[in-house]
Every structure is written in structure tokens, then in C-alpha cells.
Design a protein around this ligand. Structure first.
Ligand code: GRF
Length: 201
């Protein structure tokens, strides 16, 4: 199964997928890394021919950027497209064209803490548990059908950085496990719910 990754930053989730492919734990081919930031460290985790980036700020509109991204993606013919630390909002036309094949990993236990600064917000609320979610992307930000989640405890003395590190360590196996289900053909989106083996998750 062909997987493409969208990433804006460090790319540790991308690395987890690359490592799982290398060990054979994930039976897939990484066909490209796509970024809205040409300086994203994520790009340097793959060979040059697999990199695509454009500075999103140089585009007149979201739609114009999305259209170039979509065209570049289509050339690589991915079956699954994974947003892993991709920080740019995708427009509805882009999302609709990939509906059911577009996944995102988000650092919270959705539906809690959509959007940014999830760790600081969870701490400020006194949450005792936090975590990460993989969900199908829908046009409403971080609101698509949740496929899988991993919870971690919030510990006394945590700050946003220590909590983020604990969540990130849980993200990597969560993303790999989810992609294993995806490439095995066991995952689908139907009517706004995630289906595993045809049953609502
Ligand atoms: C992860 O916490 C991801 O959930 C969030 O941004 C972070 C990206 O980390 N959306 P990395 O680039 O995969 O290392």
C-alpha cells in the first residue's frame, strides 16, 4: 500500500512510519513527504526524490496552494495520506477529494482539545489523563471520525513540554498500529464514523 505523509516540522511521526516500514512491521511504501515549509526537518528524513515542498506563504490563496499540493500528491498515487504534524489548514475541496483516505494524528483525546496548544490547555484544566488521536480528516478542523486513541497520565509537576513528550511517545506506536490496519484494508470511513472490519470503532 502506498502512503504519503504531510508534515510541517520535526517529523518524528514520519520517522516512526519509516522505521516500521524498514523492520517490516508496516507493509507499505512511503511514496512522498509533502510540506508547506521548505525548511521542515521532516523532509530530510527521506531521500530527495521523495520530497515535495512549497512555501505556502508564496501562494495567493489557500485553494491555489492546495491545488498544487493535490497535483503533486496525485502524481505519487498514494492510497493513504497521513497528516503527521502538518500545521496548515486544508481546504474542503482538497479534503473531499481524499475523503476516507486522509488521516491526521492530533495530540489530544478528541473530541477534547481540538486546535493548538493542546498540552497547555489540558494542564490548565487539571486533566488527569491526556493523549493522542488518529482521525479521518473532515472539513471541520480536528472533528473527523476518530479511528484510534492512546491515553497517557498527567503527572504531578508536568509542564507542557514534559506532557508533550509523554504524548509523543504514545503517538508513534499509535500511528504505526493505525496504518497497519489501514494498509490491511480493515479501516474505512462511512457516514462520518470510522469503521474497523465494517463495524463502528
Ligand atoms: C505531534 O504531536 C502531532 O500530533 C502534532 O504535531 C506534532 C508533530 O510531531 N500535530 P512530529 O513532527 O511528528 O515530530
Amino acid at each position: 500500500s502506498r502512503i504519503a505523509v504531510l508534515a510541517s516540522g520535526r517529523g518524528s511521526n514520519l520517522q516512526a512510519l519509516l522505521d516500521a516500514i524498514a523492520t517490516g512491521a508496516l507493509d507499505a511504501e512511503l511514496v512522498g513527504v509533502f510540506s508547506d515549509r521548505p525548511d521542515a526537518a521532516a523532509l530530510r528524513r527521506v531521500p530527495e526524490p521523495l520530497r515535495w515542498s512549497r512555501d505556502a506563504r508564496a501562494f495567493a490563496s489557500r485553494e491555489a496552494f492546495d491545488a498544487e499540493l493535490a497535483a503533486a500528491l496525485a502524481q505519487r498515487r498514494p492510497h493513504w495520506v497521513v497528516c503527521a504534524g502538518y500545521m496548515r489548514i486544508l481546504g474542503p475541496a482538497f479534503i473531499d477529494a481524499l475523503r476516507g483516505r486522509l488521516l491526521n494524528i492530533h495530540p489530544s483525546l478528541l473530541p477534547k482539545y481540538r486546535g493548538l496548544r493542546t498540552h497547555a490547555r489540558a494542564l490548565a484544566d487539571g486533566e488527569r489523563e491526556h493523549g493522542a488521536s488518529v482521525h479521518f480528516v473532515s472539513p471541520e478542523l480536528d472533528a473527523g471520525a476518530v479511528v484510534a486513541q492512546a491515553a497517557v497520565p498527567v503527572r504531578p509537576g508536568d509542564d507542557a513540554e514534559t506532557l508533550a513528550a509523554r504524548v509523543l511517545a504514545a503517538e508513534h506506536p499509535l500511528l504505526v498500529a493505525t496504518l497497519r490496519l489501514a494498509v490491511a484494508g480493515r479501516l474505512a470511513e462511512g457516514d462520518g464514523v470510522a469503521l474497523l472490519d465494517g463495524q463502528p470503532v
